[in-house]
Design a protein around this ligand. Sequence first.
Ligand SMILES: Cc1cc2nc3c(=O)[nH]c(=O)nc-3n(C[C@H](O)[C@H](O)[C@H](O)COP(=O)(O)OP(=O)(O)OC[C@H]3O[C@@H](n4cnc5c(N)ncnc54)[C@H](O)[C@@H]3O)c2cc1C
Length: 313
Amino acid sequence: METRNLVIIGSGPAGYTAAIYAARANLSPLVIGGFMMGGQSGGQLMITTDVENYPGFPDGIKGPELMAKFRAQAERFGTEVWDKDVAKVDFSKRPFVVSTDEKQVAAQAVIIATGAAARRLNTPAEERFWNKGISACATCDGSLPIFRDKPIAVIGGGDTAMEEALYLTRFGSKITIIHRRDDFRASDIMLERARKHPKIAWKTSAVLEDTSGDKLLQSLKVKDLKSGAVETLPANGLFLAIGHEPNTGVFKGRIDLDEAGYIKTDGDARTNVPGVFAAGDCVDHVYRQAVTAAGQGCMAALQAERFLEAERK
Ligand SMILES: Cc1cc2nc3c(=O)[nH]c(=O)nc-3n(C[C@H](O)[C@H](O)[C@H](O)COP(=O)(O)OP(=O)(O)OC[C@H]3O[C@@H](n4cnc5c(N)ncnc54)[C@H](O)[C@@H]3O)c2cc1C
């Protein structure tokens, strides 16, 4: 079996940034980039349209175009990319072994950058206006012109839903929080902040039944679970805040994860297994942005480089 200095698992902003740094440090990294986001590598930005907050692109850039640039930059310095999913890892001894369904590779160090996925409703109502008014990220999409001074709804009952709703008050005319129960998982402080906000309205014990609009979302049908009544709610935006799932199933029992499945690190990208590092949305359940994931990818690569260098001395 071939042995590499460094294998990077994941091809989002964290994985490719780690690859750029590692390749420039002559580590000849291999990125095993994943195939999960709609059958392609590149991570979450492959399923979005305009990215307007990534520094260096004053006019914005399409998500897939940005990721093609990340990849080209990583390859330019000698990164090899396999567009495959990692199916198994063995971190019990070094060199570590990383396996896809077809191949195995040994690695002196590994960076995990497998990201996360926003939970979706997976209904036709959502599918119809995904990226056409429906989004899972207020920080990413909230300021788009289509939402300016327009009614917006947020689905969810946790802290993220409150945060998203409060953030959206800067742009929308009215923000309605739709939650399927009467009680909320959100902390008292976040709930209180949302309750006090004059632009925020509530629909509890309520679920989304349907969406309608012409090319873009214009209204929702919301069902009251107690009375069974269905109401039409004008909404040009619908933000899902029903949680994220880190893509870390493969690493369960191999490295320490928290209760929600996020990879635990020491804050400097080191996991509990020396030589295994982690970066981006598979670690970070707070910021979840391309630029923070890229920054963490850089940290992980610098740590991996130091780790390998220390062994050579
Ligand atoms: C619709 C949408 C719009 C967004 N818009 C913005 C925006 O405008 N600005 C912004 O800053 N952020 C935005 N984000 C958030 C941003 O995309 C993420 O924060 C960022 O992509 C995280 O980068 P990452 O590298 O950690 O993970 P990801 O981008 O999630 O990449 C993870 C990679 O790991 C791969 N992978 C997973 N499991 C395996 C496995 N077993 N083997 C191999 N590979 C695996 C995946 O296929 C993927 O390629 C948006 C997110 C979404 C969903």
